[in-house]
Design a protein around this ligand. Sequence first.
Ligand code: ADP
Ligand code: MG
Length: 746
Amino acid sequence: MTVFKFGGSSVGSPERILGIAELLKEDANSGACRAVICSAFQGVTDQLILMAQEAASPDEHYLERLRELEQRHLDAIRELIPPSGQSPVMGGVKMMLNDLEDVLQGIFLIRELSDRTLDFIMSFGERLSNFTMGRGGSDYTAAILGSALEVEEIVIWTDVDGMLTADPRKVKLAFSQPEVSYEEAMEMSHFGAKVIYPPTLQPAMERKIPIRIKNTLNPGFSGTVLSAIQSGSPYAIKGISSISRISLLRVQGAGMVGMVGVAHRIFGALARGGINIILITQASSEHSVCFAVRPEQAILARELLEAELMMELHSGKVAEIIVENDLSVLAVVGENMRQTPGIAGKVFQALGSNGINISAIAQGSSELNISAVLKSSDEQKALNAIHDAFFFGKRKPLHLYIAGTGLIGKELLRQIHERSGAILKHKGIALQVHGIANSRTMLFDRNGINPGNWEYLLDERGGPMQLDIYIRTISDINLPNSVFIDCTASEKTGEVYDQLIRAGVSVVTANKKANSGNFEHYSRLNRLAADHQVTYAYGTNVGAGLPAVETVRRLVESGDELISVEGVLSGTLSYLFNSFTGETAFSELVKNARSQGYTEPDPRDDLNGMDAARKILILAREAGEQAGPDAVHVGNLLPEAYYAIPTVDEFLEKLPALDAHFEKLRQKAEKAGKVLRYLSRYEKGGGISTGLEEIDARHPAASLKGSDNIIVIRSKEYDKRPLVIMGPGAGAGVTANGILKDVLGI
Ligand code: ADP
Ligand code: MG
């Protein structure tokens, strides 16, 4: 014989009830013997409690709820029972509702609601659908009947595939565990896994009757078996659960050290006052005792303690009793934890690297559970971070938010779309885009935005862009391993990195503005990222996809002494002088470069040398130079008057007037057997500069082609022969690829 229990979620609507009827009919054909228990319709118990509280308050609104309840049950009857059979059932239901109305009326008149009366009212939910025992009562009834009847199995039918690794409403990737021990299930449900009502386990455990949790919506699936057997799970933990609203009380004071019996007194007083304690921790210094209670009991708990410890508070032995609200407690549960060292470390690593602070920690003496108290606003992120760390250790999601959909942003999305499958296969990293914004529109989706269809989605579903809201929403969505990717060239975007990093979000940027502005900002971002254990990466700030920034940084970190960095760092200026061989006038080359997309929209932004100056400044900073933008001596290629010309077209018209000047410089270099290159240079102790130079044919930059970049690094180790990095240093393809490399580096 087996007991079947159908929860409120299985009797939430007439369709579901019909589904159960089908399921039971089929089952009956097998000839098996069943006892069947049903809950109140989904949500009805909550409604009944509210009605009773409203009536007692007194608030006539309860009558409206009562009408809704009546309607819902009558509708169900009309839908489920053929017309000929409806009236007797309706009559029964109406009689019951009349009784309920009378009781509520009584409460309304005397303005008082006792526990006993509340239990009675709650019983109407199951009686209206069939049976009673208060909240969680049908789980419990099933277990009691099951053990009294000594059945082979108690089956709890609900709306999920069994006991899952976490609450699926909070952790999307939660999955069903085939076997869970009674103790594990007890811990999980005690800490909030609603799928089974904790006392249910007791009677089943005593008789060693297995409880199976199955899904009414997926009856073919075997679900989860709870039993005394310890299963051989491949994971170090079974699951994570959480209680969303708790308050933390902290009793502290230097005088508590060595005070005999203080814990006994504290908990004695709380027990006498009927306070339910969810979790306790004591610092080993005995300087404080800390425990969690339900928020509705927090004030009473504090009053009880103030009374109990009145003398100690007065004498100062106990300094204060602090109450902290808006907290959640999260419990990591599993029998395997006993044998596996390092679990706690992994939990705290997962929380720390996502910027989540912990208010209190407790480990159950059974070593079956580690629990942590944290801010409620971090709860979902913490659950996901720990879930990822234990269940997807080798398959990590990275949650991406992209700003900027110009050439680079577009190309990045294309590469993500094209390569995410291969990246998942080879590196175990699942790239998921959750936000896309440009200067006009922004779009968010907690479940992910398809990077193959983003333009349409952004158009159709995007809202007006507001940077502060974009940033705030990233924190609100609060997924672990979140990454903000800046593909803009905007100063404003560079100013929000602080805020993101503080919220535990990594930042990958192709935008040079934040790193080449004031030194304090640059160093603060790097420091903040280290403090918050997130990544701040800007490899594409110099040389696009070329490994310039990381090479300089690693060289210095490894203890080598840097002597100098020099190179051609502007793709535009590289192209202009590599192609300036005398056949084509300089002004023509500028126009060609512009029409091929090698320059900024206004070529003067390249010819003023600022872009190259920003890049060499960043490299100098990576080498340890504490320099501001003023420290760079910038070689400007145009006379001042040319910057005053209002439009680009006019500027290009007037540019040929400078051809003779550039041609003269070229010929002079040629006569000396040299070539012109626009070089950027940093010398340790010798300053930072950019400018047009004549270089020797043997100089590594003499052989540059197209718009390639070159970076020449000299150090104590690379002295006679420098370390040279050369290759394409501009363009959407290599830049987007460089961004992706930084993202995967996280
Ligand atoms: P019923 O009405 O069938 O008794 P409940 O709502 O009481 O159903 O319990 C099922 C719900 O418990 C699921 O829909 C799920 O949202 C929630 N839940 C929370 N934690 C877990 C978990 N670890 N495994 C499965 N379900 C969980
Ligand atoms: Mg339930």
